[in-house]
Design a binder for this molecule. Structure first.
Ligand code: FNR
Length: 188
């Protein structure tokens, strides 16, 4: 059966470049045969996480955790803030990890995750993605797709249909998406 992929961005502001990238990835994932659900983290408002969250997580954290549990893989697009990844994204993932007492702390063990980033700067949020990748691997036990798509000069990178105008970037996203579908479909 088709692998189930959950897609979200670390920003949900009006005009978010990372939401554009997540939306394009979702479209390409569907075309590659995945069953896709795209969410906005803005629909899961959460206070700043701390250890009182264990066994005491708000409903939004349980909802996020249940969504992650119900999918084989994730596509996450994160902005870069001062060379790190988006704190709202870290907060959501940390909450999801606390939301299920008795289960492994990780909400992502065995999930296959692909990362993208978009920035008006030249490096396309790549530095933030390296941090996100480390946290997901070491903290969450996720399995990371090798390719990371960093869309630089992203305020000019998308056309009116939400496609990447640069053929190389678009092709690289295709390859990443194909790998995510393939790996998530293996049930690793
Ligand atoms: C940024 N931005 C940014 N961009 C970048 O490429 N490297 C960086 O280190 C930073 N640092 C940074 C810090 C803070 C506090 C903010 C608010 C922004 C710019 C950022 O990439 C840009 O605003 C993106 O458009 C944000 O992503 P969304 O919301 O468009 O998805």
């Amino acid at each position: 059966s088709a692998p189930k992929i959950l897609v979200f961005a670390g920003s949900w502001r009006e005009g978010s470049l990372n939401t554009k990238l997540a939306t394009l990835a979702a479209r390409k994932l569907r075309a590659a045969g995945a069953e896709v659900r795209q969410i906005s983290l803005g629909d899961y408002p959460l206070p700043l996480v701390d250890a009182t969250g264990f066994g005491n997580a708000p409903q939004a954290a349980h909802d996020l955790r249940a969504l992650i549990d119900a999918h084989d893989g994730l596509y996450i697009a994160s902005p870069e803030y001062n060379a790190g990844y988006a704190p709202a994204l870290k907060n959501a993932l940390d909450w999801a990890s606390t939301a299920k007492p008795g289960a492994p702390a990780s909400g992502l063990a065995g999930k296959v995750v692909a990362l993208g980033g978009a920035s008006p700067g030249a490096l396309g949020a790549y530095r933030g993605l390296t941090q996100l990748r480390t946290s997901l691997e070491l903290g969450f036990g996720a399995l990371l797709v090798p390719e990371m798509v960093a869309v630089g000069l992203a305020d000019k990178a998308f056309d009116g249909d939400g496609e990447l105008t640069d053929a190389r970037s678009s092709g690289f996203l295709d390859a990443q998406v194909a790998r995510l579908v393939k790996l998530a479909g293996k049930g690793v």
